[in-house]
Design a protein around this ligand. Structure first.
Ligand code: UFG
Length: 329
């Protein structure tokens, strides 16, 4: 049985990864500092180590106590707005945390890592759909911190033979109702969970950030991808590293774009709730359209997303209506 170390495994996407690995029979070890993650989200892992990636002695203990075959690193701060006002928090945690992880991998002879990157590495895109070879010019420190880590991975591959797959996520959403896990951020800033909270009456309405973008209905278009499809891509990435040892960078998106208004309309239909919406000013730094080309992930990893927008929103609704206070009750 293979042992996989999942850093950030108590977070939203990380916890869905843990559930999938456990389902597939892997031995799973999680490290998480629980600053933004929830211990309750870690289902079926053999061990949860609570500590910080930047603590070299802590990581050394984790690698010494377990024979790790591969690492998946989700551990990061991910609030775009906060990164603009506090860039050092983002470089300090995201970049230094990954540096520390790579150092421990080098010292313990672990040579495979799958890394959570982001569409924010592209910044304002040159064209749609976005391909991996397109220009990367992040418009915020969050995206810049992830791009810096991609660079670090490339050089560590050349110098130490640590092979990597960096996965640039578009808009992750949905949940895993069978595992009883879902999205629980505090504060929450993402569209779909906020729409769910408006459907539950926990918020008076959902604000639509701008309706004067150059899109069909004037609201921003994004590429929403089910969190379970994301998790499946990581598993394929690990298998790809094992088979070929070839590093690479891949977009993870559905290839379809939906506007903010379309998301709200779909959520009204699926939840049967009214979901009041109000037009509000644009949010700084939002590109009008972000749609992934997922061709490379299909060709090289054999990944194609299986779940569409309806399932994303239905699963988000199952989670939020069943856990109106998230993991707290
Ligand atoms: N939006 C609203 N109202 C809200 C919240 C969001 O209209 O209350 C809109 C945003 O303006 C945007 C869309 O809904 O057009 C999606 O917004 P999210 O905040 O859910 O997601 P983003 O596209 O801003 O962010 C995602 C990831 C980030 C990543 C970024 C890359 O969540 O981690 O894509 O651009 F950095």
């Amino acid at each position: 049985m293979k042992t996989i170390l999942v850093a950030g495994g108590a977070g939203y996407i990380g916890s869905h990864m843990v559930a999938l690995l456990v389902e597939k029979g892997y031995d799973v070890v999680v490290v998480d500092n629980l600053r933004t993650g929830h211990w309750q989200a870690v289902k079926g892992a053999r061990k949860l180590y609570v500590g910080d990636l930047r603590d070299a002695a802590f990581l050394d203990q984790v690698f010494s106590e377990n024979k790790i075959d591969g690492v998946i690193n989700f551990a990061a701060y991910s609030l775009v707005g906060e990164s603009v006002t506090n860039p050092l928090k983002y470089y300090g945690n995201n970049v230094a945390g990954s540096q520390s992880m790579l150092t421990a991998m080098k010292e313990h002879g672990v040579d495979k890592i799958v890394f959570s990157s982001t569409a924010a590495t592209y910044g304002e895109p040159e064209k749609q759909p976005i391909e991996e070879s397109d220009r990367t010019d992040p418009t915020n420190p969050y995206g810049a911190s992830k791009l810096a880590i991609e660079g670090m991975l490339k050089w560590c591959d050349k110098a130490y033979g640590i092979h990597y797959v960096a996965l640039r996520y578009f808009n992750a959403a949905g949940s895993n109702p069978e595992a009883g896990i879902g999205e629980d951020h505090n504060p929450e800033s993402h569209l779909i969970p906020l729409v769910m909270k408006a459907a539950l009456g926990q918020r008076s309405h959902i604000g639509i950030f701008g309706d004067d973008y150059p899109t069909a209905d004037g609201t921003c278009v994004r590429d929403y991808i089910h969190v379970r499809d994301l998790a499946e891509a990581h598993l394929l990435a690990l298998e790809h590293l094992e088979k070929t040892g070839e590093s690479g960078i891949f977009n993870l998106g559905s290839g379809d774009g939906y506007s903010v208004k379309e998301i709200i309309e779909t959520a009204r239909r699926i939840t049967g709730r009214e979901i009041p919406a109000k037009i509000e000013p644009r949010r700084a730094g939002d590109p009008s359209v972000l749609i992934a080309s997922n061709k490379k992930a299909a060709e090289v990893l054999g990944w194609t997303p299986k779940r569409g927008l309806e399932e994303i929103i239905a699963d988000a609704w199952t989670w939020h209506s069943g856990h109106p206070n998230g993991y707290e009750g």
